[in-house]
Design a protein around this ligand. Structure first.
Ligand SMILES: [Zn+2]
Length: 197
């Protein structure tokens, strides 16, 4: 049993997914093979389609299939509010809660001296540009309550404070908590109780 085959290769790839390890990957692959017609083939087709079409919105960094995502393309979302999030998962969490009616800006991470992530590695220059060129009246910082998240929030506040009203989500957000892990009610409460910076 020394020859590595396609099934082993698939297990190795699956084991790299967040939340999965080698053991869960083996179980998942076995399950997929048993449900070949019902699950494995449709999954392979869906993955092929997403691999061919997924891209980042040129405006906000959301992940979708178009150059400009549906939120940026929707005129009704242009209400002057811009919500800044670290990651696409946070944007999707806000959208699931359905409470926010404006547009987003995805930074793609946080500033980190340790990992030498500077403003240029994030989409901060694009954020400043949007505030200068779009009709934005309020920037809502919905960054995680981690040290790096708060450092990033302060940096952005320094860049924008003279240009636009700045608010941040209320601290209903648990320390170290990420938006994606919050339930919709908590996100709604944190947005409604947001405060001026
Ligand atoms: Zn967009």
């Amino acid at each position: 049993m020394s020859d590595r085959n396609e099934i082993d290769a698939l297990i190795d790839l699956m084991a790299r997914l967040p939340g999965l390890g080698p053991r869960s990957a083996r179980r998942a692959v076995l399950h997929l093979i048993r449900k070949r017609a019902l699950l494995l083939q449709p999954l392979a087709d869906a993955m092929g389609a997403v691999a061919a079409s997924a891209r980042e919105c040129l405006n906000c960094g959301n992940v979708g299939t178009a150059e400009i995502c549906p939120i940026c393309a929707d005129e009704r979302r242009g209400n002057g509010q811009l919500c800044v999030v670290e990651d696409v998962a946070d944007l999707w969490a806000m959208e699931r809660s359905g409470v926010f009616k404006g547009r987003y800006h995805v930074l793609g991470g946080t500033l980190s001296a340790l990992d030498s992530v500077g403003p240029e590695e994030l989409r901060i220059p694009q954020l400043v540009h949007r505030v200068e060129t779009e009709a934005i009246t309020e920037v809502i910082l919905a960054l995680n309550a981690t040290v790096d998240g708060q450092t990033t929030a302060h940096y952005i506040a320094d860049q924008l404070e003279t240009r636009v009203e700045l608010t941040s989500l209320a601290q209903g957000v648990p320390i170290g908590g990420e938006l994606d892990y919050l339930d919709d009610g908590t996100i709604t409460a944190a947005l409604n109780a947001r405060k001026r910076i």
